[in-house]
Design a protein around this ligand. Structure first.
Ligand code: NAD
Length: 437
């Protein structure tokens, strides 16, 4: 099939590349000319495992190309995906200016039947808005609007896209539904479902899924904080809870709160939708409040440890990305921690295997960027762990002790065994855990 993808961010570029991988011709459009130039020259503009291999192969074999010219995409494509940003506005509402702006451009360009797909996360009712904008210049027989929310996770995006747990398609036209079904069949050969539903339900599904996951995180963070108070161990509690098949083992890990470009904005946007409809969605408010508190959990522990002296200390952070295997730092808890430490006058040394370039753009020389994880802790008063990159899981503890001024580790991701750390002579604090026995 002939596919255009508008917006080549984490979602657009992964979707476009994976559609090409199954044999489709894909043209990706972006307004960022420098980015398009890079991609034309074979450079993948984001870090996402496995993307480079697929990107190179499909570009070389002529199925994946890039342009800044929207008309070129309209002329070639049967299906146009909108993978554009939907950032939160000041009141938390998803800002639809990118989506509706491109829809307006498309309305003046399309001249034969085309399916327009909302791939971005958009509030309930957006497909109708897109249809209204398209309808200003287009006969309604020339297009259908589909909602096809994306569930990929950064860090495993390619795998998620190629083998999705499910594909959700909101649609009210048989013709468009058939085309979407045909496009996605290669991705669900093992039997995972393509779930076809109405437009509003598809839009709601994405917000419901992300808000539920955020709720699980905030819930576990509350349980962990309470474990610290009552002297329980959240690891044991998590295992005890998660073995119940009604609960399940995944997504029960406490930490420093959720971040990234999706959970914070999607929970906010759903809360805003509820407000608009006069519905008081109490859980969402609590989920957001808990997260706002939790992302300062490591900073709180550092302040509790060093007291008034924190200003003169040097603190090393391992991990900056909002989660491992990505260079994405949007809403990353590490940034909130850095801000608090800088405000207190603390010296901050950091290491992250992929995200340092993005963080440097924010802080410049206000913090020290280090070549590797050990360099970061050299002469530091303490190490704080902010992202659970695999490379941090089995470090050389003796080497760490020799580099740190004091063997203090505040672990926001519960990477190490508490008992072993204490036996190794570290002062070790994590989230909601205590030594065994
Ligand atoms: P992103 O910010 O990484 O990328 C957006 C891209 O769109 C950028 O390259 C930008 O230059 C481009 N763009 C902006 N205006 C444009 C225009 N008028 N024409 C062409 N290109 C334009 O965004 P993302 O993380 O890929 O997210 C896109 C959407 O997908 C959002 O709604 C997001 O909520 C949703 N989503 C994201 C994820 C994720 O993990 N990042 C997962 C699921 C859904």
């Amino acid at each position: 099939m002939k596919i255009a993808v508008i917006g080549t961010g984490y979602v657009g570029l992964v979707s476009g590349t994976c559609f090409a991988e199954t044999g489709n011709s894909v043209l990706c459009v972006d307004i960022d000319a420098a980015k398009v130039d890079k991609m034309r020259n074979g450079e993948v503009p984001i870090y996402e495992p496995d993307l480079d291999v697929l990107f190179e192969r499909n570009q070389r074999q002529g199925r994946l190309s890039f342009t800044t010219d929207l008309q070129e995409a309209v002329d070639m494509a049967e299906i146009i995906f909108l993978a554009l940003p939907t950032p939160p506005g000041e009141d938390g509402q998803a800002d639809l200016k990118y989506i509706l702006g491109v829809a307006s451009q498309l309305s003046k360009m399309i001249n034969r039947y085309t399916v327009i797909v909302d791939k971005s996360t958009v509030p309930v009712g957006t497909a109708e808005k897109v249809r209204a904008v398209l309808g200003e210049h287009l006969d309604e027989t020339l297009f259908d609007v589909v909602s096809n929310p994306e569930f990929l996770r950064e860090g495993v995006a390619v795998d998620d896209f190629l083998k999705p747990d499910r594909v959700v398609i909101g649609v009210d036209s048989k013709r468009a539904a058939d085309m979407m079904q045909r496009l996605y069949e290669p991705f669900v050969r093992s039997g995972n479902p393509i779930i076809i539903m109405d437009l509003r339900s598809a839009e709601m599904t994405k917000y419901a899924a992300n808000s539920y996951l955020a709720t699980r995180i905030s819930f576990m963070n509350e349980i962990a904080n309470l474990c610290e108070q009552v002297g329980a161990d959240v690891d044991a509690v998590r295992k005890g809870m998660g073995s119940d098949t009604r609960i399940g083992k995944r997504f029960l890990f406490p930490g420093v709160g959720y971040g990234g470009s999706c959970f914070p904005k999607d929970v906010q946007a759903l809360a805003h939708t509820s407000d608009q409809y006069g519905y008081s969605f109490k859980i969402l408010d609590a989920v957001m409040d808990v997260n706002t508190r939790q992302r300062f959990r490591v900073a709180d522990k550092l302040e509790a440890h060093f007291g008034d002296e924190i200003g003169g200390k040097t603190i090393a952070l391992w991990g900056l990305a909002f989660k491992p295997n990505t260079d994405d730092i949007r809403e990353a808890p590490a940034l909130y921690t850095i801000d608090r430490l800088l405000k207190a006058g603390t010296n901050v040394r950091v290491f992250d295997p992929e995200a340092m370039g993005n963080v440097r753009k924010i802080y410049g020389d206000k913090i020290t960027f280090c070549e590797d994880q050990y360099e970061a802790i050299r002469n530091a008063d303490c190490l704080a762990i902010m992202t659970e990159w695999s490379m941090f899981r089995t470090p050389d503890f003796n080497h760490m002790k020799s580099l740190l001024k004091d063997p203090v580790v505040i672990d926001g991701r519960n990477l190490y065994d508490v008992q072993r750390m204490l036996e190794n002579g570290f002062q070790y604090e994590s989230i909601g855990r205590k030594p065994v026995g």
